[in-house]
Every structure is written in C-alpha cells, then in structure tokens.
Design a protein around this ligand. Sequence first.
Ligand code: SAM
Length: 238
Amino acid sequence: MTNIDILLKGTQDLNLKLTEEDKARFLNYKELLKEWNEKINITTITQDSEIDIKHFLDSLTCLSLDLFEGNKTLIDIGTGGGFPGIPLKIMKDNLNITLLDSLNKRINFLNEVIKVLDLKGIKAIHGRAEELSRQTEYRENFSIAISRAVASLDTLSEYCLPFVKVGGHFIAMKGPDIEEELNSSRNAIKLLGGNVVETKIITLPESDIVHSLIVIEKIRQTSQKYPRGGGKPRKNPL
Ligand SMILES: C[S@@+](CC[C@H](N)C(=O)[O-])C[C@H]1O[C@@H](n2cnc3c(N)ncnc32)[C@H](O)[C@@H]1O
C-alpha cells in the first residue's frame, strides 16, 4: 500500500471524492507533519495509517453535517497541527478558514503548510481564544466555530461560542462518551447563547474508533461578560 491508501478508502466510505490535487495536498501535508514533528512537538500520531485515520479522516467526518455548503467563515480553535481546519480546507474551498492556536511554533508550521499546499482563503493566527473573541474583528463574526481535543465542553463553550454569529454553529469534536459532559455543560451553553441541536456518533472509517460531533446553534448574542478573564473558563467553568 502507498502511504495514502487508507485515506483513499476512508474518504470513499465518507462519500467524499479526492481530486489529484487533493491527494497531492494530503501527501505533502503528511510529509511536512512528519518532518516538523522531529523539530517541534506537533502530534504523537506519526504512523501513516494513523495520520490518515485519526487526523485526516477524523477531521473530514464533520463534512457529514449539513453545515458546510455556501460561503461560510470558520474558526478552528486550538488547531494544533491544523486539525480539523486544514483537511476541511483541502476538501471545501468555499470555506474561509481562520486557524487559531496559543502556541506560536505551531502557527509557524501552519503557515508553512498553507504556503507549500498553496491554500487560499485560510490564515493562521497566534492567540488565546478567550482574549481574541473580545476583539470586534472576531467577536460573533463566524458562521462556524469548531474545536477538537482542547478542553471539556463547558470550558470549550466559553472559548468558542463568543466567536459565532447568531444563527451560526459551534461544533465540538469529542470522544464516544458524551452524555455526562453534555449534561454538565448545559448551563454554560445556555448562558453563552447556545442550544444543542444535534449529537452525532461516528465510527471512523477503516477503524473501530468511535467519536462524536456535538452541534450547538447560536440562538442569542453572548453577553459581554463572556468569556471571563484570568483563566476562569478553564479553572472555574460556568
Ligand atoms: C491537544 S491539542 C489539539 C490540537 C488539534 N485540535 C488536534 O485535534 O489535533 C490542543 C491545542 O489547543 C491549543 N490551545 C489550548 N488552549 C488554548 C486557548 N485558550 N486558545 C487557543 N489555543 C489553545 C494548544 O496550544 C494545542 O495546540
């Protein structure tokens, strides 16, 4: 098998079709990820098949949601090595994407990926979610905020919902057991102007790994009180 075969099979399972340009981009991305990972810590997932399944295909499972048509703006909060934002950009050119991370060395890596893959309509910015969403340029300015592996849902809601326009959505990419996390986050989601509209359980293609997508609609503006400063969203979730 070449080192992209799992991705090719998995995208078929997800009903996605990769063009030659998409394939070349995923291959280049994987090579850059492995190369940079030797210098700076980006991911513990380094085997080809694992990168395909746990990074690329996992990111692409979001496209099974009915939210990605038309010209949408999306912010990926705590994107790390670019997940899910870069795979989404490769497959959906109509998305205008902002990748956000608090570690600058990861932003340097993402800028290199954007340049080498020649991606347009995507930028990587360095900052903390809870500070950036206070700036007018970013506050309630995105159709979609998405995040994977960053914080528990209550904390994550305070990081993400202030970025979303009323009528837009916050997608939390989570593991298999979400009931308890969802229940303990209901208050935070409500206070921040959100409403859970869908939870989708997904088995990742070419594996038996089960993940969930929690979709929260922004139904009201977020009060200016949020997000709180001083590390409160993490230390003392709503
Ligand atoms: C475990 S990594 C996950 C990266 C990527 N989303 C993934 O799933 O592979 C968490 C990332 O979130 C970033 N992060 C944590 N807290 C943040 C915050 N408050 N604002 C912005 N980025 C944050 C970290 O720097 C790190 O790169």
